[in-house]
Design a protein around this ligand. Structure first.
Ligand SMILES: [Zn+2]
Length: 104
């Protein structure tokens, strides 16, 4: 269940494993950092702790009232869990400049 994101290790989420390369962070043009996993993006809710980690809410929560969320360790190296089902299509991000993404 708990594995580092760096390297080729596997992350186990809700009983399923996926390659750590599937989970990563992107930075938007406005400076917001999003956690990406399985094509969906999550943003950090400042200071919201959950199950010993920090809760990251689906970034489409406002628009789609999606309740899915991820829980990452405070150092953001470990994915503890990803919960809920997304009620919308995965968002699409385009790299506008090196390391800077925009939702399209
Ligand atoms: Zn969602």
């Amino acid at each position: 269940m708990i594995r580092l994101l760096s390297g080729k290790q596997l992350v186990m989420v809700e009983g399923f494993t996926f390659h750590s390369t599937d989970a990563h962070f992107i930075k938007l043009m406005n400076g917001t950092v999003l956690f990406m996993a399985h094509d969906y993006s999550y943003h950090k809710i400042a200071g919201v702790k959950y199950c010993g980690g920090i809760r990251w809410q689906c970034s489409s929560r406002k628009k789609s009232k999606c309740n899915a969320f991820a829980v990452l360790s405070e150092d953001q190296e470990t994915v503890y869990r990803i919960s809920g089902f997304h009620n919308h299509e995965p968002p699409v991000y385009m790299e506008m400049a090196p390391g800077q993404y925009m939702k399209i």
